[in-house]
Design a protein around this ligand. Sequence first.
Ligand code: MN
Length: 418
Amino acid sequence: MPLKKSWVASANTPDCPFPLNNLPYGVFLATDDERHCGVAIGDQILDVTRMEEDSLIDLPEDYVFMTGVWNDFMDLGPQVWAGFRATLTAALAEGSDQQAALTPYLVPMAGAKMAMPIDVIEYTDFYAGRNHAFNVGSLFRGPENALPPNWLHIPIGYNGRASSVVVSGTDIRRPWGQLKGPNDDKPRFAPCARFDIELEMGAIVGVSSDGPITVQEADDNIFGYVLLNDWSARDIQAWEYQPLGPFQAKATATTISPWIVTKAALEPFRCDTPEREFELLDHLKDCGPMLYDIDLDITLAPEGKPATALSRTNYNQMYYSAGQQLAHHSTSGCPMNAGDLLGSGTISGPTKPERGSLLELSWGGKEPITLDTGETRTFIEDGDTLTLNGAARGDGYTIGFGDCVGKLLPALEDPYQR
Ligand code: MN
């Protein structure tokens, strides 16, 4: 599918992340400091909250965008999602007769402060990238036991905290936690010394379900995708994770990109999951091409200094798709809600420059990474800014998500001081 041209001229260049083909959904702080729902087009945001106030939007319910999050819109269901997208696409297309009517609702994206696009209802993080699971398993347990015996049969995950999910641009505070290294005779309470990122995609559930759903139903229920950085305290994790998995190591924060790219926009980029070493049980089998070809990268910028590219990989490296993860999540009868967020698991490619975490890039801290500034890193240092980027590249256009950025602030002197 080629670039669809818009009368918003900035949307028509091949490297603009927000062409008419994309139309991602976000929330920004309007001049009245209230949260408005917006749609990105070129270098502008279309303020749909204000359009709704002025009766320029026709949806089956009123006041859908007054809440300043996209949850009420998701609740209207896939048919309404498709209709709304078709209406917007026509209205913003080159030659549309609505240019004069809509121009007053465009807000420049530059300088707009973004907020959380949805109220996250619940957050689950998976561990579904094979190279990452193998690398981390090798580091924590040795290469013989790297992949747990269940790994090639189910997408394993843990229930995270919706309360800890923040939008891109939010500063992250280095956490304290209980630590015990292999050579320590007893645990101690101290600031995390091995703070890390995880390069992931997040899938947003748009349709609630109650009881087991098929992979096809699960895929149909997904609203869209964001970039996701699952900040991880590796030293806290190494001590706490057995046998119930990560807990406080993952609870400091999870950053998502500001724009939700709809499943519809990603449709031309669908691709297959890899060859299966063991045939999946029927309830988890692929129902078509289930992944997406999305280039991903990580950069690190020390305080006041230019950024260094740390890693480049692709979402097509996943072993399990979001549809399979959501289907698996429902097998027990677990109700799933519109507004649930599913982290893919860290995405690492097969080679070193494709690794999606510092834990893997520095091989557990044993192989420091040299930055373009000449400094070295094993894990994140105070003042470092970490940025995830994602782009699906079409025929003369790019689908982007906006940066997924966070800066690490130093640990508090004493976290219990009030
Ligand atoms: Mn993770």
